[in-house]
Ligand binder design. Structure first.
Ligand code: CP
Ligand code: NVA
Length: 313
């Protein structure tokens, strides 16, 4: 059985989403589509390969899609539960990285701090993949733009509005949007904007890809004419103690029927999940025909299988 030639990744690690240029992201989406269309053609592509899956925070989608993904490529994922103690407590992160490099062909890690991933990558001799940190969630953003590409046929000048907290998911969406020529508009309350340095980096990349990135205060302005409206929780994992205060601050940033009316008539609703129904999004939008949240969840599997093929083959 023939499979597509697997493109070689430019960088062996996927820590931020800035590693891959537009050409490489296109190759990732082509491979994701082929893996989705013809899963049997890849069923032994990673035979004999092992993946360590380290999670410091809870997960449904990321854990299951990486485990199912590795298994369906003929490989094996080994789950290392770090939800009860921090990585680096029992043994230093450099020593964890050096040990794992003796036995596995890749490390996927969900961590509290981006610097933990950077340390793993510095001391591991195998690829390290960010499965969510305080800063970024690149696997989510790649899957989401793959979903948008399936839906709209092109990402060039696609109008994506992100409403809510300028968090890890927002930063990764910006980073990928800027590399595929999308037009991204973000609305956050004051003090919750994505960091100026990441905005500047994304705006620089967007100029090259002929996309754009604009930051708004008003959700209505950001959503006007958007083809996709995206939101995420107002308090991320690790910020639970701020949840009550944030619920007040973000109250006018809810994605509901009134806000969605400002978007384009064919606009879709997106969320990385888990969603807090009744907070950042209403049931009426989550459960509407515009909602593509479960397409996003499904595509985590296909896009991550493509990422694993590109980094672990
Ligand atoms: N979207 C996402 O990463 O989901 P989990 O936290 O369940 O992995
Ligand atoms: N921003 C959320 C995303 C969860 C997938 C969090 O970090 O908890």
């Amino acid at each position: 059985m023939t499979t597509m030639p697997i493109p070689l990744a430019l960088s062996t690690d996927l820590l931020t989403g800035t590693e891959w240029n537009e050409a490489r992201v296109k190759e990732l989406f082509q491979l994701s589509a082929d893996v989705k269309a013809r899963p049997d053609h890849y069923s032994s592509a990673l035979a004999g390969r092992f993946l360590a899956l380290i999670l410091e925070k809870p997960s449904l989608r990321t854990r299951v899609t990486f485990e199912v993904g590795m298994r369906s490529l003929g490989g094996t994922a080994i789950f290392l539960d770090q939800t009860l103690s921090r990585l680096g407590e029992r043994e230093s992160i450099p020593d964890v990285a050096r040990n794992l490099s003796c036995w596995v062909h890749g490390i996927v890690a969900r961590v509290f701090e981006q610097r933990e991933l950077e340390q793993l990558a510095e001391f591991a001799s195998v690829p390290v993949i960010n499965a969510l940190s305080d800063r970024f969630h690149p696997c989510q953003a790649y899957s989401d733009f793959f979903t948008l590409h399936e839906r709209f046929g092109t990402l060039r000048n696609l109008k994506l509005a992100y409403i809510g907290d300028g968090n890890n998911v927002c930063r990764s969406l910006m980073t990928v949007a800027a590399r595929v020529g999308a037009e991204m508009r973000i609305a956050t309350p004051a003090g919750y904007e994505p960091d100026a340095s990441i905005v500047a980096e994304a705006q620089r990349a967007a100029r090259e890809s002929h996309g754009s990135l604009a930051i708004f205060r008003s959700p209505q302005e950001a959503v006007a004419g958007a083809q996709a409206v995206y939101t995420d929780v107002w308090a991320s994992m690790g910020q639970e103690h701020e949840a009550a205060a944030r619920a007040e601050i973000f109250a006018s940033y809810q994605v509901n029927d009134t806000l969605m009316k400002q978007a384009a008539p064919d606009a879709v609703f997106m969320h990385c999940l888990p969603a807090h129904r009744g907070a950042e999004v209403t049931d009426s939008i989550m459960d509407s025909s515009r909602s593509i949240v479960f397409d996003q969840a499904e595509n985590r599997l296909h896009a991550q299988k493509a990422i694993l093929l590109m980094l672990l083959s």
